[in-house]
Design a protein around this ligand. Structure first.
Ligand code: MN
Length: 300
């Protein structure tokens, strides 16, 4: 069976419909289907930022319920409700609130429905592992995925595990944080850069699939830091170094707000998030079981 893997949507239902139609899916009685039985894998981050968050959620869920898609959770869907109902798991800082505002506004008249969406989010798997490929929102680290599998007995973390995962340093916290947000590296003292929202960052996202021990900082970082140009990473400096083998099956991810012309990260690693909420595009990969991914199978 063929799979079409789609990156972060962030409430852009219009471009999502266009992309699905380009991929040959047709809206049949409220759910998109492919005439040849292909399936979509959604990589998470359905909500926040965009203009049609509710429509996006309905579209995705209709496909999941009609078995023409499977969906995993993104970091934006994670972190709602504590066991006692007293608040969010997500840190309530200014940045997260601003991103989440469009969701709150668009659901102002649909409070009961929003509570139902939270339950739906909590039941989404953290990753998908099929015969010939893997899908995750931000990072596939074998040890962390193994941890989630044993803590959850599968790919969906039971709520109890999520609730005790709020404290940095706990195994659950680290596993969820890195799987949904990737691995960040703390820059040397005094060095920072400005991200797409012009937030000052002292940690940078990394190319977790590479072996950090062999690289210069900027070869391992997703964002380039001019001050560190040409400097090598010291042995042991990246404590969570766990490269993804070049011989392993392909892994698909979203999350990284890439820009420019969509391309493979490596022949078995591809990120499909191209910043739809920041003037970019929605991107898919048309997967037919190949061991080596192909640039021409990236569709947008
Ligand atoms: Mn994300």
């Amino acid at each position: 069976m063929g799979y079409d893997i789609i990156g972060d949507i962030h409430g852009y239902a219009g471009p999502l419909r266009k992309l699905l139609e380009k991929l040959g899916y047709r809206d049949e009685k409220g759910a998109y289907r492919h005439p040849e039985g292909r399936k979509v894998i959604f990589l998470g981050d359905f909500i926040d930022r965009g203009p049609e968050i509710r429509e996006t959620l309905h579209l995705v869920r209709a496909m999941v319920e009609n078995e023409s898609a499977e969906a995993i959770i993104g970091n934006h869907e994670y972190h709602y409700e504590k066991r006692d109902g007293s608040g969010h798991l997500r840190k309530h800082n200014e940045k997260n609130t601003a991103q989440h505002l469009p969701t709150l506004k668009q659901f102002a008249d649909y409070q009961a429905e929003w509570n139902d969406w939270i339950s739906w989010f909590n039941g989404l798997p953290m990753f998908i592992e099929k015969e010939g490929f893997r899908a995750v929102h931000a990072c596939w680290d074998k040890k962390l995925i193994t941890h989630i599998k044993s803590a959850a007995g599968g790919s969906v973390l039971p709520l109890e595990s999520i609730y005790d995962a709020q404290d940095p340093g706990t195994a659950n916290y680290e596993a969820i944080e890195r799987t949904l947000k990737g691995k960040e590296f703390k820059l040397p003292d005094g060095i920072f850069f400005l991200d797409k929202d012009r937030h000052r960052r002292t940690e940078t996202r990394t190319k977790w699939w590479l072996d950090a021990e062999q690289l210069e900082y900027n070869q391992y970082f997703m964002q380039q830091v001019p001050e560190l140009e040409g400097r090598k990473i010291s042995p042991g400096e990246v404590r969570d170094n766990d490269p993804y083998s070049e011989n392993d099956i392909p892994v698909f991810m979203g999350h990284y707000w890439l820009e420019g012309i969509p391309a493979l990260q490596r022949s078995n690693v591809v990120c499909l998030d191209y910043s739809i909420a920041n003037g970019g595009k929605l991107v898919a990969y048309r997967f037919n079981g190949e061991k080596e991914l192909k640039e021409e199978s990236i569709i947008y």
